[in-house]
Design a protein around this ligand. Sequence first.
Ligand SMILES: *Cc1c(COP(=O)(O)O)cnc(C)c1O
Length: 463
Amino acid sequence: MTYKPSLLYSQLPAIDRLLREPQITLFVEQYGQTLVTVTLREMQEQARIYIKQYQALPDWCDNWALALSQQLEQKQTLALKPVFNLSGTVIHTNLGRALMAESAIEAVTQVMRSPVTLEYSLNDAGRGHRDYALANLLRELTGAEDACIVNNNAAAVLLLLATVASGKQVVVSRGELVEIGGAFRIPDVMVQAGCQLIEVGTTNRTHLKDYRQAINEETALLMKVHTSNYNIEGFTAEVSGRELAALGMASQIPTAIDLGSGSMIDMAQYGLPAEPMPQNYLNQGIDLVTFSGDKLLGGPQAGIILGKKRWIEAIQRHPLKRALRADKMTLAALEATLRLYQRPEQLCQQLPTLRLLTRSQQQVHDMAQRLLPQLQARYGDQFIVRDESCYSQIGSGSLPVDRLPSWALTFAAIDGQGSSLEQLARRWRELAKPVLGRISGGRLWLDLRCLEDENALLQALLL
Ligand SMILES: *Cc1c(COP(=O)(O)O)cnc(C)c1O
């Protein structure tokens, strides 16, 4: 039976009346008049749209208080939700990259609660600059002459280029004109920094003479970019940092390398793929290097520029520095993270990202064995639940081909239908603490490398 829509519209209760309902007055006390009123207006609008489309009242109109409580609850949950990252990518850009060490977390909460000596020197009661303490620490750890900290590595590259080479030419190999996820592309950053990009060499081979021949009176910088997210194989040649540094010195032109992730310690000692180390390039005579705070370094989002004092001082004075500078929470987290590098023997335990990356396949395998029986009992009627070996990715610009042997729980639909898998994945995404896996080869994979709290996962999945 269909009603005339106008009759249906008139059945929608007035906001004033709803606000006087005893149950709803309780919500007003809890959430405040403004939020409750706004939410009720939105619900009325939703109801009108429903009536227009279906010529009927939506079911929830039977109980406005209940529907309201659900909507209010939804609005209270924060947009940045903690999740279980079982995607198999350890440093996952979309999930916030590195997890922070406990000491970094403490340092951040401290500077949030109390005034701090951010740009204040206790010795002469004057104004210091905000990267000062960190620059000292970085000098000690890397042997760099000086350092500058900005919002992220993209900002570091932009600021470096704008300071050293604005209005001038920058020479880069054609094989290194990278694009990093989305909007960071070397040629575009050059334009934004007011530099003219001079591409040399070919996609697969660039020689020192290519750089040398490109030099003229307009050349302000010789640059290399770490090709973090791809690999050119076969008949290839690239100019090493050492060669580029020597050419720069001979021709009196500064040199710079964007390392992307970089690593301040030798990853090979943990059996991980080697990642370029900033201190090595500085030792070789490269003037400036940049890298991220939240990739392999394992700290907060930040861009770190290390190098020669005269260039860093110019970078610190550039007007863009003010726009790109890091805030006190970032600086506090970064300082605490870097302090851990003073005792590298404990790094593997204290830096969560490194801890997860260095877990052995056996450890992850054992965890899978412990979880398997309960998940089989819970999901076995609809899914074939197994444990399988798999590979994790380091993520965030580390080579996709460098993969870490790991172990996963896999779920395959007994009915063989992809839609059942999709449904399962969706159900897990809707949990209070969402469980994020990855669908591949007709199975939903939960790579356990990044799981540290087994019981919490069981609680979530056994519901
Ligand atoms: C990741 C990356 C960047 C961007 O760094 P953000 O910290 O994400 O701004 C720039 N260059 C390279 C080579 C990278 O790998």
